[in-house]
Design a protein around this ligand. Structure first.
Ligand SMILES: [Zn+2]
Length: 173
């Protein structure tokens, strides 16, 4: 299965900046800024990484076909409409379909089985959004085929992920 975040628009799309989490960012500049609002119904990994981030010019929406993102203007002296939140805070708010779409069904299986923490896969307040690919999660946690099978991952996927993880570790220990 393709990882949900493996696709995405190119690097020419700006990342904006991350406003502080302590409250709503205030625009003390003379230029209108724009806060990105990703759909929380079924966001993709590319767009959710920008949710709540701010750019000093309009975001080039849509980012991709069927992109559900929107943006809110922050005029000079205005406060940003949204407080910036951590990946796990946002993850808790989206529905089960969106969670599976973001981390992938196999990552979700090993999270539910307790083989890995949710924050290790999606990221923390310090790291920002990670959204690790399943194989990368398997590599970092050094998970074995029997562990993956017990978590409900199918045999072929488990075999492939473990052998790919080993090859990746040989290249970047
Ligand atoms: Zn998207």
């Amino acid at each position: 299965m393709m990882d949900a975040h493996a696709h995405g628009p190119g690097p020419e799309i700006p990342a904006g900046f991350e406003p502080p989490r302590s409250g709503r960012w205030r625009n003390t500049t003379r230029a209108t800024h724009y806060q990105l609002v990703s759909s929380l119904r079924k966001p993709c990994g590319f767009c959710i990484r920008r949710h709540g981030r701010i750019l000093e010019r309009p975001w080039p929406l849509p980012f991709h076909p069927n992109c559900q993102c929107d943006q809110l203007a922050i005029l000079p002296d205005w406060e940003a409409p949204m407080v910036y939140r951590t990946p796990s805070e946002i993850f808790r708010e989206v529905g089960p379909d969106a969670q599976a779409n973001l981390v992938g069904t196999d990552n979700l299986r090993i999270i539910r089985a307790g083989l890995v923490d949710l924050s290790e896969v999606i990221g923390t307040a310090d790291t920002g959004w990670l959204l690790l690919a399943f194989t990368e999660t398997v590599r970092r946690r050094k998970l074995t085929v029997p562990q993956l099978l017990a978590a409900g991952v199918d045999r072929a996927t488990a075999d492939r992920a473990v052998s790919m993880a080993k090859r990746m570790s040989n290249r970047q220990p």
